[in-house]
Design a protein around this ligand. Structure first.
Ligand SMILES: [Zn+2]
Length: 311
């Protein structure tokens, strides 16, 4: 009988760090999250993640050095797959961190590192909505806006992993809004959690959570409809630029805002088909990520290391 293989998927975020343990078919066997402790040095924090990870899998009969654990894939802001480094991650307070080397030291397994949207795209390609697609863009709508590109069945990162930053495409808009990166009128200026919150406030004078927006839209509330149409149009503006350049089969929508689900996808599709180049009208799908709205990167981390060790 072929021996089963297992891997860790880890996602280091500005607030929390998520740890998942997966089998080779993408089943999440064990999950835990811890606060991202910025008071520790990066190396100490990785050591802590390793301790937590092996504590997590001990009840399943695994320990450090177990040959069935083939590796780990981890997401972190500004993580560079090619160099294994995080040169600078302001929201973690990290500079020049050899992240891949730290992981391999404390886990004693091979590792890959990526930004979280890239990982989420790899996960959807192997186990999720992108399984039967050769070309798609995964858009994560969370605290920020990220993009992961699968082109010709492979992850596309750009030279030195500096591309695929879909959150920072310019979108035309009558208003001016600053982006978290310091630029003006980027997709993220409008579609980040903060951007959507601002739009809701401008249109209603109130604070609504995404769940409330979805519920009111479902009930036919006119103000909710206006908000959904506004943010769908802003998103479609960004997607239009990506579509004409890349010709994807689909945009897969992930992250917290993807909880709005199919009704939101329908409006995005309608807006996209209104403004996209005529050659692409009716040709691109808008679909929801299927792995998880908040665990996409850990699935992707595991998927990524399974792909790497196969090579
Ligand atoms: Zn930006």
């Amino acid at each position: 009988m072929k021996e089963l293989h297992y891997a860790f998927g880890i996602d280091i975020g500005g607030t929390n760090t998520k740890i998942g343990f997966f089998d080779h078919q993408g089943a999440l066997l064990s999950y835990h999250h811890i606060p991202t402790d910025k008071s520790l040095t990066p190396e100490k924090f990785i050591e802590r993640i390793a301790q937590e990870s092996f504590t997590l899998v001990a009840p399943l009969g695994f320990s450090r050095g177990d040959k069935r654990i083939i590796g780990l894939g981890a997401g972190a802001p500004m993580a560079n797959f090619f160099t294994g480094m995080v040169l600078e991650a302001p929201n973690l307070g990290w500079k020049n961190v050899p992240l891949k080397a730290h992981f391999e030291k404390y886990f004693s397994v091979p590792s890959v590192i990526e930004n979280d949207a890239n990982l989420a795209a790899v996960g959807e390609k192997r186990w999720g909505s992108g399984k039967d697609l050769s070309d798609f863009v995964l858009i994560t709508l969370g605290t920020g806006v990220g993009a992961g590109l699968i082109l010709n069945n492979s992850l596309f990162r750009g030279h030195d992993a500096l591309g695929a930053e879909g959150g920072h495409v310019l979108i035309p808009h009558e208003k001016k809004r600053l982006c978290s990166c310091g630029g003006m009128n980027h997709l993220e200026s409008f579609l980040s959690a903060q951007g959507i919150k601002q739009t809701i406030h401008e249109l209603t004078g109130e604070e609504w959570k995404i769940e409330k927006l979805g519920q009111l839209y479902h009930e036919g509330n006119q103000r909710a409809k206006t908000i959904i149409h506004t943010i769908a149009h802003e998103l479609a503006s960004g997607l239009t630029s990506m579509a004409v350049l890349l010709g994807p089969q689909a945009f897969i929508i992930g992250g917290g805002v993807s909880k709005l689900g199919e009704p939101f996808n329908q409006v995005i599709l309608e807006k996209l088909n209104e403004i996209v180049h005529f050659s692409l009208k009716g040709k691109i799908k808008i679909i929801s990520a299927t792995l998880s709205s908040d665990k996409g990167a850990i699935y992707g981390g595991a998927a990524h290391i399974f792909e790497e060790v196969k090579k």
